[in-house]
Design a protein around this ligand. Structure first.
Ligand code: 48F
Length: 263
C-alpha cells in the first residue's frame, strides 16, 4: 500500500476540528500549562468535568522544565509530595522535609496523566481576552478569546475566536496576563484587598509557598487564580524552584470548582 498524503492531511484536519468543536463549550477552561494549571486540569478531569487547557507555547510545563537556573531538578516539600506520588513521579528525600525529583520526569508525567484523564490541550494558542456577560445584574466571565500563537508572535491583524466555559482558571504565572486584560478593559473590582492586581513581591519562599495555596480563589465571578498568578494577584512573594505550593494550588482550585459545578 502506498501512503496518501491527502489522507494524512484529512486525518489531522478532521480530528483537530472535531476536538475543537467539542470544546466550544467546556466546564473549565484553563489558561497556562504550568504546574498549577496542569494539576488543576488533572484533578478536574478525574472528577468528571470537561476541561480544555490553552497554552501559548508548543510544550506544556511552563517553569517546571528548567528546575533552578536550568539545573533540571525541582524540590517539593513533605506536605505536597502526595500530589506527585499519586501520578507516579519518583522522588528522593533530601535532608528532612525536602524531596527532589527530575524536572523532566515530573513535567512529562503530569502532562501525560492529565491528558490520559481526559484533558483536551490546545497548545500554540494564546488567550488574548475573555468574554464577559451580565448575569442577574452581576458581571461574570463566560469564555476565552483565543488566537494562534504564531499570529500573535507575527503581530498579524487577525481576529480571534471564542470558546464558552463555566469557569476560567488563570494559571499564566508571574504575568497574570488574563486578569490584567480583564482589569484593563473593564470597570471592575477583583476580590482582593484593594480590588486590583496587587503585584508580586521579591523572594521569600517560606511565606510564598503557604500564600500560593491561601490565595488560590475565585477573584472575579467565573475566574479562579492559581499558582504564581494567585500570588501576584494577592501581592505575595516569589519562591523559586520549590513547587509544592503550585501543585497544592492546582488541587485546591480543582476541588473548589468541582464542588461548585456539582452543587
Ligand atoms: O509560569 P508557569 O509555570 O505557571 P505556574 O503554574 O507555575 C509557576 C512556576 O513554574 C515557577 C515558580 C515556582 O515555583 O514560580 O515560575 O504558576 O506557567 C504558566 C504558563 O502559562 C502560559 C505560559 O506559556 C506558561 O507555560 N501562558 C502565559 N500567558 C498565556 C499563556 C496566555 N495569554 N495564553 C496562553 N498561555
Amino acid at each position: 500500500m502506498s501512503l496518501d498524503e491527502r489522507i494524512i492531511t484529512e486525518a489531522i484536519i478532521t480530528e483537530y476540528y472535531n476536538k475543537f468543536r467539542d470544546c466550544l463549550s467546556v466546564d473549565v477552561a484553563i489558561v497556562g500549562g504550568g504546574p498549577s494549571g496542569m494539576t488543576a486540569a488533572y484533578h478536574l478531569c478525574k472528577a468528571g468535568h470537561k476541561v480544555a487547557l490553552f497554552e501559548r507555547k508548543l510544550s506544556l510545563g511552563g517553569g517546571m522544565w528548567g528546575g533552578g537556573m536550568t539545573w533540571n531538578f525541582i524540590v517539593v516539600q513533605e506536605g505536597s509530595k502526595h500530589v506527585l506520588e499519586e501520578l507516579g513521579v519518583p522522588m528522593k528525600q533530601y535532608q528532612g522535609e525536602y524531596y527532589t525529583c527530575d524536572a523532566v520526569t515530573a513535567t512529562t508525567t503530569l502532562a501525560s496523566q492529565a491528558c490520559l484523564a481526559g484533558l483536551q490541550v490546545f497548545n500554540c494558542m494564546s488567550v488574548e481576552d475573555v468574554a464577559i456577560r451580565e448575569v442577574d445584574g452581576v458581571k461574570r466571565v463566560t469564555g476565552l478569546v483565543i488566537n494562534s500563537s504564531p499570529v500573535e508572535m507575527a503581530g498579524l491583524h487577525v481576529d480571534p475566536v471564542v470558546i464558552n466555559c463555566k469557569y476560567v482558571i488563570e494559571a499564566t504565572g508571574h504575568d497574570t496576563e488574563v486578569l490584567k486584560t480583564l482589569c484593563r478593559k473593564n470597570d471592575i473590582r477583583l476580590d482582593t484587598p484593594d480590588g486590583c492586581i496587587m503585584g508580586e513581591q521579591s523572594m521569600w519562599a517560606d511565606v510564598a509557598e503557604a500564600n500560593t495555596v491561601e490565595h488560590t480563589r475565585e477573584v472575579f465571578p467565573g475566574v479562579y487564580v492559581t499558582g504564581m498568578a494567585a500570588n501576584a494577584t494577592l501581592g505575595s512573594y516569589r519562591m523559586g524552584p520549590i513547587f509544592g505550593g503550585m501543585l497544592l494550588s492546582g488541587v485546591k482550585a480543582a476541588q473548589e470548582i468541582s464542588a461548585k459545578l456539582k452543587a
